[in-house]
Write a protein that binds this ligand. Structure first.
Ligand SMILES: [Zn+2]
Length: 377
């Protein structure tokens, strides 16, 4: 096997207060068996969950994982036998049954290897990546085994809302639910999600939710300068534009392509200038089903555009804007930034509905009405 440079996980950025709270809970043995870390994408939720997993496993914790013991070293190198990190993966081609589970596990190990080599991994927006049923079967099989070296087995499941493959076949999520309903005493499950609204309500009701807020902008900026190879001014503009989402700056979010930009531009123009009838007509042109995929990607582009416009309105240099969209909606340049931030939240709500595979017609109708009301105020 070829030698590889070992780079341990990057440090947790900007969650000091939450880490202190979690440490206190761990020290008094009160870490709940099932947690959901929820918050915007790219702010380090999975990194935080892995940190908590290290803390739980550490042989000599000192208000944090000691970083020196065997357990900590294995955890840092993503090799701990009792810390199981799962995340959405693309569907393997042309395989079924056990072979499919094996292929998915191979893909997971390969991805772990890539993340080990490059701690600034990004989950490029593969809309088709999911936590498929065989992955959940793998998790459940591991959960019934005794921990290999630690006191407990910790499962970190990133982007957990991707466990709902389709409204018509929620098997993966239901299988996972069984794990949460009958947890072994030595099993901890930490889920993360930027769209908790898309999780099955039955899963949500069995986890304790931990709200993760973005890191302070200066800390995110410093991190990008020190670890991301960016200049201070560039990093500063990027963290303001993304509200501290290091993952987004590093390419977490997908571009969506030119079609998505044209479509996002049309929606915005209609919200800003259209009449109620225009808005209803535009919404009626959307299909009544199939909100995941391209439609969700378009909403991502729309949200980013509005957030960019908010940054520009707040004084960030114009270079941050996508001229293809905002030049068509010149009114946005003169809107108060708070109003634009408010508008971006409406798009976020729409995106949550879309990731739950809602009805695009209805989602667009509601979104346009909300945006129009926000822009008019
Ligand atoms: Zn340790």
């Amino acid at each position: 096997m070829a030698a590889r440079a070992i780079v341990s996980l990057h440090p947790v950025v900007g969650h000091t207060e939450l880490q202190a709270r979690l440490t206190r809970a761990a020290e008094s043995g009160r870490i709940p068996q099932s947690l959901l870390f929820r918050g915007p994408p790219g702010i380090g939720k999975q990194r935080l969950a892995l940190w908590l997993a290290s803390l739980v496993q550490c042989e000599a914790p000192q208000g944090r994982p000691c970083g020196q013991c065997t357990s900590c070293r294995l955890a840092d190198d993503l090799q701990h036998p009792d810390i199981h990190w799962f995340f959405p993966l693309p569907s393997p081609k042309k395989v079924s049954g056990d072979r499919r589970r094996q292929k998915l596990e191979e893909a997971r190990l390969e991805e772990l290897g890539a993340r080990r080599a490059n701690p600034l991994w990004t989950t490029a927006g593969d809309e088709a990546a999911s936590i498929f049923l065989p992955i959940v079967a793998e998790i459940r099989a591991r959960a019934v085994r005794r921990p290999a070296m630690g006191r407990s087995s910790v499962f970190v499941v990133g982007d957990a809302e991707r466990m709902v493959p389709q409204a018509s076949s929620p098997e993966a999520a239901n299988a996972f639910l069984k794990l949460l309903e009958e947890p072994a005493v030595d099993t901890l499950v930490f889920l993360t999600s930027s769209r908790p609204g898309a999780l099955l309500p039955t899963i949500r009701s069995r986890v304790l939710e931990v709200r993760v807020t973005p890191p302070p902008l200066e800390e995110a900026q410093t991190f990008l300068v020190e670890h991301g190879g960016m200049g201070a001014a560039e990093a500063g503009a990027a963290v303001r534009r993304t509200e501290g989402s290091i993952g987004t700056v590093l390419g977490f979010a997908a571009d969506g392509g030119p079609d998505a930009r044209v479509e996002a531009g049309s929606l915005l123009a209609c919200a800003v200038r259209g009449t109620r009838a225009d808005r209803l007509r535009l919404a009626a042109g959307y299909p009544p089903a199939g909100a995941r995929g391209a439609f969700s990607g378009m909403l991502d582009v729309l949200e980013r555009t509005i957030r960019d416009a908010a940054s520009v309105a707040a004084g960030v240099p114009e270079a941050a804007l996508d001229p293809g969209i905002v030049d068509r909606i010149t009114e946005m340049r003169s809107m108060p930034p708070e109003r634009l931030v408010h508008a971006a939240r409406h798009v976020e709500t729409a995106r949550d509905a879309a990731s739950g595979n809602g009805n695009p017609q209805g989602i667009v109708a509601v979104l346009l009405a909300d945006l129009a009301a926000t822009f008019e105020t």
